[in-house]
Design a binder for this molecule. Structure first.
Ligand code: SAM
Length: 284
């Protein structure tokens, strides 16, 4: 078999298989030349919503056969797409960004690989990467947690569990839930530096990084709209020059015993619990 990837742009026919094609998360200019080429030439495009993908393809001047696909919907549709991908090139897109990332496609890819169907990924935008690169938070190690749960208890449990991991945490969020999530963050991981990225690659793009209280004040005064990514610094990442340990301890001591205050701040910032406890006793 010739080198498939070398020939993608020049080969008159794509090889049979499943092509996972990333699409823009806002700015239509972010679609790649390779994505356009593949979307033009596949036999069909599987998508979440035919109206959303229809608009994108119309904007690009591409006419295609669209098939609605959702991992949790009719298994017969998956079967049909897999049968097609055995003899023809079939693309999978989502409404925005990279398919499979908090979007459908996992079951389709898993099944395709099981059956020996070629799977090719055409890379492009994903909100989590765009957000991380803007945030100013550490990028050397990160953990993507998908959507934060809507229920408060589940949300706090996830934050407490993942908060111990030495990595920047990244979550998808919706605008109506942002303030509840910030409150849950303040309660479970007090003092952590947090970033909120909104409307990435769009006209009203913004990314704010700071203490939770600052972000809560801002988004209370300016209720958030649009699509949102929340990021949380790893434990111990707060730089000593930025961290006012006494102020944080005083805030904790208003509602807790010195031992609890020290334990919470030690966990949140990766600081020494005994040192914090000694200082808490002095401040009390
Ligand atoms: N597959 C997509 C990706 O690769 O980023 C994610 C799809 S998921 C259903 C939608 C969520 O992604 C939104 O609720 C939001 O949290 C995030 N998102 C998508 N586009 C965004 C944007 N332009 N700005 C900020 N967040 C975005």
């Amino acid at each position: 078999m010739p080198d498939r990837k070398e020939e993608l742009v020049t080969e008159p026919n794509l090889y049979p298989g499943l092509y996972i094609v990333a699409t823009p998360i806002g700015n239509l200019g972010d679609i790649s030349a390779r994505a356009l080429d593949v979307l033009t030439r596949v036999a069909a495009v599987a998508c979440e919503d035919t109206r959303v993908t229809g608009k994108l393809l119309h904007h690009a001047g591409i006419r295609q056969k669209l098939v609605r696909y959702d991992d949790h919907a009719d298994p017969a549709v998956r079967e049909r797409l897999l049968a097609m991908a055995e003899t023809e090139a079939v693309a999978l897109v989502s409404d925005a960004g990279t398919p499979l990332i908090s979007d459908p496609g996992y079951r389709l890819v898993r099944e395709a690989r099981k059956r020996g169907i070629e799977v090719v990924s055409i890379p492009g935008p994903s909100a989590l990467i765009v957000a991380l690169t803007l945030s100013g938070l550490p990028t050397d190690r990160f953990l993507f947690g998908g959507f934060l749960p809507a229920k408060d208890k589940a949300r706090r449990d996830i934050l407490a569990e993942l908060g111990a991991v030495r990595a920047t945490l990244i979550f998808y969020e919706t605008a109506p839930r942002l303030l509840d999530s910030l409150a849950a963050l303040e309660a479970t991981l007090p003092g952590r530096e947090v970033a909120v990225a909104r409307e990435l690659t769009k006209k009203f793009e913004e990314c704010r990084t700071g203490q939770v209280a600052e972000l809560e004040a801002h988004f209370t005064a300016h209720p958030p709209k649009g699509e949102i990514v929340v990021m949380i610094a790893p434990p111990g990442d707060a730089r000593p020059v930025d961290l006012d340990v006494d102020a944080l301890l005083r805030a904790e001591l208003a509602t807790q015993k010195p031992s609890q205050a020290a334990a919470r701040l030690a966990k949140a910032h990766g600081l020494d619990r005994k040192t914090l406890y000694a200082r808490a006793l002095e401040l009390k």
